[in-house]
Design a protein. Structure first.
Length: 451
């Protein structure tokens, strides 16, 4: 088993990162810059986070999750061997990050947030560092629904007894779910039903869930999947953007993925056929576990990024759910995403993506592909070259907004995905606070009250 870098107990490490309010002068200076931005972090019992990391070998039945929890949740560093050809990655900031590691990444980012406070009465929002997805992953395929719900129910019972809860009955609380929201919304206790009941518990309906894919409930907010790039300096971002502007892209479009033969509504099979029949216009990276080594080429960041960096457009059809981590990897590579369902991005990442979708992406209706009424290659070939250049530039400008930078460093020139998410939560809580002051029914949950 890979040894995991154990995080300090929650609430302890914060001491080294928060301005200490020893006197009124320091306090006032801090409040000047942090007014309306203070966040209080609950000091949860370790069973809700730290113990899950210590027992990382139990987090997945399919693979060893432990390596992915190293380096503050970023996973193992990616090293690229020297080659005669051009490097795929820049020299620093690259990790083999698992798509389900966001809870650990976000928690470590929060430990270094500039406006943390020990005084919950000053806080505009309260963060709950519960690793909901890591917990659920242990029992997701278990028929015992009580096991799937146990820690979630324990969490809300703990929160309900805290004095901070009574202020807004949880409407100022937020936490991260490193899985799609549907995984936390089981409606019955039938063994065959999927997921846990976390987000249908009465207390959870009052909290904001930051998730990699929302269910469109009012208390869900979708934020980017983690990518492979976690820079520690603004210059690393500038250099990468410059490189993506200059890179040669021999393929018109590409698809990195696998078919979904057991899903009747999936268009992936048709997309793969069209890619294969398009000759040199399309690059396909098939995500299979190939014998005899059971190696999946898509598990290697270098393979994925090489394809995306070589492509003008990157196809992003729905998979097991509407959204894909691949969307953010393609944006990182300066590749224009092609969506087939508005739920894959446009109705999801409202904080991080521009409102004008045509500036950074292409939409081809799923039904047109399924009924073979459209040629993907011909559709993309019709996009004027001037428009392609403009769209690529907008995609490259999105890069800082979809990455989670190194928690121990500050991107002075950029807001990263974490910064934007926290700002969104603070604005959201303030709107709810105003609604309650206006006399809205305080018994209504956040999921009904809206933002």
């Amino acid at each position: 088993m890979t040894k995991v870098e154990t995080l300090p107990p929650v609430g302890v490490n914060i001491t080294t990162n928060v301005t200490k309010f020893h006197d009124d002068h320091d306090h006032n200076n801090q409040r000047d810059s942090c007014s309306g931005r203070y966040v209080y972090v609950h000091n949860l019992p370790s069973k809700f986070n730290e113990e899950l990391l210590k027992n990382c070998n139990s987090l997945s039945d399919w693979f060893d999750f432990c390596p992915y929890l190293t380096n503050m949740g970023f996973g193992p560093r990616v090293t690229e061997k020297k080659a005669k050809r051009k490097r795929v990655l820049s020299k620093q900031g690259w990790f083999n990050t698992n798509q389900f590691s966001l809870e650990v990444i976000f928690h470590n980012k929060m430990k270094h947030y500039k406006c943390l406070t020990y005084d919950s009465s000053l806080a505009s929002a309260i963060f709950v560092p519960f690793y909901a997805g890591l917990d659920l992953g242990r029992f997701l395929w278990d028929s015992n629904t009580a096991m799937r719900d146990s820690l979630s129910k324990s969490l809300v019972n703990w929160l309900r007894q805290r004095p901070e809860w009574e202020n807004m009955w949880g409407r100022d609380h937020f936490f991260v779910g490193g899985r799609v929201s549907w995984d936390f919304r089981r409606q019955t206790d039938e063994k065959s039903d999927w997921g846990s009941k976390l987000m249908v518990l009465p207390e959870s309906k009052n909290m904001t869930l930051l998730t990699i894919e929302s269910s469109f409930s009012n208390n869900d907010v979708a934020i980017p999947y983690p990518t492979y790039f976690h820079p520690s300096k603004s210059n690393q971002v500038f250099d990468w953007q410059k490189r993506m502007r200059a890179t040669t892209r021999p393929y018109l479009f590409s698809f990195v993925g696998a078919p979904r033969p057991n899903m009747d509504d999936s268009i992936r099979g048709e997309i793969i056929k069209q890619c294969q029949s398009s000759g040199k216009l399309c690059k396909l990276l098939s995500c299979y576990n190939k014998a005899p080594t059971s190696t999946n080429l898509c598990d290697e960041p270098l393979n994925v990024m090489k394809v995306f960096e070589s492509s003008v457009f990157c196809l992003q059809p729905s998979g097991d759910s509407y959204t894909r981590r691949s969307t953010f990897d393609s944006i990182l590579a300066g590749c224009i995403p092609v969506f087939f369902n508005p739920n894959s991005a446009y109705k999801q990442y409202l904080l991080h993506f521009p409102g004008n979708q045509t500036r950074y992406s292409v939409m081809i209706p799923e039904s047109d592909v399924k009924q073979r009424r459209v040629s993907i290659a011909e559709t993309l070939q019709r996009v004027p070259q001037s428009q392609v250049f403009a769209m690529r530039e907008d995609v490259i400008k999105l890069i800082p907004r979809i990455i989670y930078a190194n928690p121990k460093s500050s991107l002075e020139r950029f807001e990263d995905a974490f910064d934007i998410a926290v700002k969104g939560v603070l604005e959201r809580v303030e709107k709810v606070r105003k609604k309650l002051k206006e006399g809205k029914d305080s018994s209504i949950g956040l999921s009904e009250l809206g933002s």
